[in-house]
Design a protein around this ligand. Structure first.
Ligand code: 5GP
Ligand code: MN
Length: 344
């Protein structure tokens, strides 16, 4: 049985807005990942199939390993077509905000979304959402926004209407936000949902392969380089750090998404519970933090880099040099000794 996770009150608010409006825009966060694109396309297919006029708008481009999803070609990239995207946001009657909790996470689109007269519905699983939507469906205890979309469609009474395209997108988001069901994935409901998605005809092995067996030769060699040359281990803190410069990424012809998953790599090492990945991204440093157990990656990110995220997967942006970012991290690390389960 599908859980009653989303309250009946929220479901009827969404139902009412859907009865009233059909010009819909779906937005999600910068550098969209599998859950951002998966949840957006899942909802997109459902709303299109229900007769609405829908556009998914993302702030910037998404990785190639998501481009096989049906509907991916129709996603509008704000950075490429800002005027057109802005017009759609202005004219929308309803905006769904998926997989982010604060307007800042949609970058330059934020001011337009906030200024739009459209009714706004937030569907998200990041802690501490700010108050920028009319309807808020926020469940930090759920491992992916895509799972929330499955729940929503079912609770609206439309499981029958859910297409295979929508089911594939949901599975992709659930899979990528749990590292292919290796973390944040102990809820029985996840496996109930997977069973239901399989009934829609999805090929979960093919989806895994499309997403994870998709390395270019350059990307795979960069991975080897990073592991052998760029990983610093701090055994006394059960922590590891990977850094990567612009020049190094250019050397391996790195494209958007090519460093996806690198932040998780050090957690494969026995006893490492905190992994920090600092990557030059143009003029800023992209921060990716991963942890195991109760170590709060999001707290660390907020304190050091004004970022945020989940307990075990967090991120941020730092405007300064890579060396400065490393210094900030190394200075802070000892303060976290007790949270790392180490005696002071
Ligand atoms: P990733 O390392 O995959 O980019 O991000 C992991 C998680 O950290 C995301 O799901 C998101 O919750 C959070 N995150 C990433 N970048 C930022 C950021 O710049 N600011 C905030 N507040 N959270 C971020
Ligand atoms: Mn997510």
């Amino acid at each position: 049985m599908i859980s009653k996770l989303i309250s009946a009150a929220r479901i009827s608010e969404v139902q009412e807005l859907l009865n009233q409006y059909e010009k819909i825009v779906i937005v999600t966060h910068v550098s969209p990942d599998g859950d951002a694109i998966g949840s957006s396309l899942a909802l997109y297919h459902y709303l299109i199939d229900s007769g609405n006029d829908v556009t998914v708008i993302v702030p910037n481009s998404f990785p190639d390993f998501l481009s096989w999803l049906n509907g991916a070609k129709d996603i509008l990239i704000f950075e490429k077509y800002p005027d057109f995207a802005q017009r759609l946001i202005d004219e929308a009657e309803l905006i769904f905000c998926l997989d982010f909790n604060i307007p800042k996470r949609i970058g330059a689109m934020a001011s337009f979304v906030e200024a739009s007269d459209a009714k706004k519905i937030l569907i998200d699983h990041h802690p501490y959402p700010t108050d920028f939507c009319d309807v808020v469906i926020s469940h930090p205890e759920i491992s992916s926004t895509s799972e929330l979309i499955f729940n929503l469609i079912c609770r609206l009474g439309d499981f029958e209407l859910m297409s295979k395209d929508s089911a594939e997108a949901i599975y992709t988001g659930m899979m990528t936000d749990t590292g292919a069901f290796t973390y944040n994935s102990n809820s029985a409901q996840i496996y109930y949902i997977i069973g239901e998605l399989l009934k829609k005809g999805i090929d979960k092995d093919r989806i895994y392969s499309n997403v994870y067996h998709s390395y270019s030769i350059d990307r795979y060699r960069m991975l080897g380089y990073v592991l052998s040359e760029k990983m610093k281990v701090y055994p006394e803190f059960k922590t590891a750090l990977i850094t990567l410069t612009n020049e190094e990424q250019q050397r391996y012809n790195a494209k958007k998404g090519d460093t996806e998953g690198f932040a998780n790599l050090p957690l494969n090492i026995k006893d490492i519970i905190f992994s920090v990945f600092l990557r030059e991204d143009g003029n800023m440093i992209k921060i990716s933090l991963r942890s195991q157990g109760t170590f709060p990656a999001n707290k660390f990110s907020a304190e050091c880099f004004n970022g945020g995220g989940h307990l075990n997967a967090a991120g941020g942006e730092f405007y300064g040099s890579l060396n400065e970012a490393v210094e900030i991290f190394e200075k802070k690390l000892p303060e976290y000794k007790s949270l790392l389960g180490l005696n002071n």
